[in-house]
Design a protein around this ligand. Structure first.
Ligand code: R5P
Length: 325
């Protein structure tokens, strides 16, 4: 019998949308590779076009996009890029969305609402994604919305490294700014060996972006409070929490958040006298006009690059986090 035998090797291909090219370049550098050139443009009527400059046939493709504003445009671009990879015969396609779009709409809070986070997962799947990689999902259960593997990465090791150098566990209290962050804040408190406090935050479901603090559970008087959150959007959650903490005797308020969404008026709100320091990562671009002296932006590229390498080499992403899940 005559057979044809092919010895194939795997090729990692990294491509990026236009939202945050600096992050994609940094990930490529960490991986010791280069981005595959992609021609992406927007037509006069808003439609998006994408085409790859090199063959992607049979490759293990990772398509990066950071979902900052205009979020719907960048989402559509990533979907189109996935579709182009699928039609160009990529063997496996991983959507790398460091900040998962629409993650906050993960359940029906009231009747007749959408579950947009689920819709996003369905869209990625329909476009041709085999797996998703994201950092600090707003709710871990979003992993279950996608019918396929989801690599849920945690920025905590990156942020923790920064704070471990400067905070004394004997004087720090880790604070969750709302009930949704308690589990994550609890892990921070274990890692730092510091006590935990929780803020009871209320929002009027009919008024977006407004926040009020009801009460603080836990000891904050005379303590340096480390507020931990997944994202800062308008900054009001953090600003209101910081104000309440200082009013209850906190000697300092420092903030650790993964995703710097920084919609207006976040930069103004976060420069409040109640906030001593804000530390975020660059999962989303933070433009020069959104920097101020008490803001630190830590690079997320090494974490993403390591996870991409683990996935490509069939290694272990879980091993990267040592109990942070
Ligand atoms: C809420 O559940 C989130 O974790 C953030 O705390 C919130 O979305 C931040 O929004 P903003 O900065 O507009 O208060």
């Amino acid at each position: 019998m005559t057979t044809i035998t092919a010895t194939t090797k795997k090729n990692l291909v990294l491509v990026s949308g236009r939202a945050h090219p600096a992050l994609a370049e940094a990930v490529a550098k960490e991986l010791g590779t280069e981005l595959v050139p992609a021609e992406t443009r927007t037509f006069a009527n808003g439609e998006i076009y994408a085409r790859y400059g090199d063959s992607v046939r049979g490759c293990d493709a990772f398509v990066m996009q950071s979902h900052c504003a205009p979020i719907n445009e960048w989402l559509m671009e990533q979907l189109i890029m996935v579709d182009a990879l699928k039609r160009a015969s990529a063997k496996r396609i991983t959507v790398v969305a460091p900040f998962y779009p629409y993650a906050r709409q993960d359940k029906k809070g009231r009747g007749r609402e959408p579950i947009s986070a689920r819709l996003i997962a369905d869209l990625f799947k329909a476009a041709g994604a085999d797996r998703i990689m994201s950092v600090d999902l707003h709710a871990a259960q979003i992993q279950g919305f996608f019918d396929g593997p989801v690599d849920h990465l945690f920025a905590m090791p990156v942020l923790l490294e920064h704070f471990k150098k400067q905070l004394d566990p004997d004087t720090v209290t880790v604070v969750s700014p709302d009930m949704g962050r308690v589990r994550v804040a609890d892990i921070w408190s274990d890692k730092l060996g510091a006590p935990l406090a929780i803020i009871h935050k209320r929002r009027d479901p009919k008024v977006p972006n407004q926040v009020s603090v009801h009460e603080i559970v836990g000891e904050v008087e005379g303590r340096v409070c480390l507020l931990v959150d997944d994202l800062i959007d308008t900054g009001r959650t953090i600003a209101k929490a910081a104000e309440a903490l200082k009013a209850n005797g906190a000697t300092g308020v420092v903030v650790a958040a993964t995703h710097a969404v920084f919609s207006d008026p976040a930069v103004e709100v976060l420069q409040s006298d109640f906030i001593d320091q804000v530390v975020v990562t660059d999962t989303l671009p933070v433009s020069a006009d959104k920097h101020w002296d008490r803001l630190t932006v830590l690079p997320i590229a090494p974490l993403l690059a390591r996870a991409i390498r683990e996935v490509f080499e069939d290694g272990s992403v879980t091993s990267m986090f040592d109990g942070a899940a």
